[in-house]
Design a protein around this ligand. Structure first.
Ligand code: GLN
Length: 205
């Protein structure tokens, strides 16, 4: 069986730890920096970092339109933190040139968890997981509105922090930093990219 190719957008930000998790799940996890590389992926992680910088680099590397087209056409995407901001339809407190790809109908406020307490960690309950997920928030966006077709899989103080519509999942936190692969695994199995039993069935086979 050929391993699925789950690219990690690597223009800027926290991409390395995502690749480690994806590889441990049996996927090829190439770093994506060009439109040609983007064409070859079965799924894509858009990592945390700085969404303003990332949107500028996407434009500069002529990946913005291809990414938007593929994401709207059903490419499985896991957008984390800055990646969530890029997938949103409306961004408050962004710069004028900040891009929102409009993949999910949602409004977000950049750095919405405040400037004083920029980073924190907390356990969150996630729909479908037996035990809480330890979530690391780093200058995270606050989701202030969710469209009717977007499902909140976890909330914190009443605000959605993990959301899904079809093959697109977004997290306001950094799921790659907790030593816990359940959210990556779940995104990929719900999107039909890996078998829910992966990688055990692969290893034993
Ligand atoms: N505050 C950052 C932004 O606006 C996101 C932070 C992160 O990805 N950890 O892009």
């Amino acid at each position: 069986m050929v391993a699925p190719t789950v690219g990690v957008l690597a223009l800027q930000g926290a991409f390395a730890a995502h690749a480690t998790i994806l590889e441990s799940l049996g996927c090829a996890a190439p770093q994506i920096r060009t439109a040609e590389q983007l064409e070859a992926v079965d799924a894509l992680v858009v990592p945390g970092g700085e969404s303003t910088t990332m949107s500028m680099l996407l434009e500069r590397s002529q990946m913005l339109e291809p990414l938007q087209l593929r994401a709207h056409a059903g490419l499985p995407v896991f957008g984390t933190c800055a990646g969530l901001i890029l997938m949103a339809s409306e961004v408050c407190d962004g710069r004028d040139d900040q891009v929102a790809l409009g993949v999910l109908d949602m409004t977000v406020e950049r750095n919405g968890y405040g400037t004083q307490i920029d980073s924190f960690e907390t356990d969150i309950d996630v729909t479908g997981l037996d035990t809480p997920f330890h979530a690391v928030f780093i200058r995270s966006p606050l989701v202030t509105r969710l469209g009717p077709d977007v499902e909140a899989l976890a909330t914190l103080d009443g605000s959605p922090v993990l959301c899904r519509r079809g093959p697109v999942t977004v997290a306001a936190f950094h799921p790659e930093l907790s030593g816990d692969d359940r959210l990556h695994r779940r995104w990929l199995s719900k999107a039909g990219i890996i078998d829910a039993r992966w990688p055990r069935s692969q290893r034993s086979g």
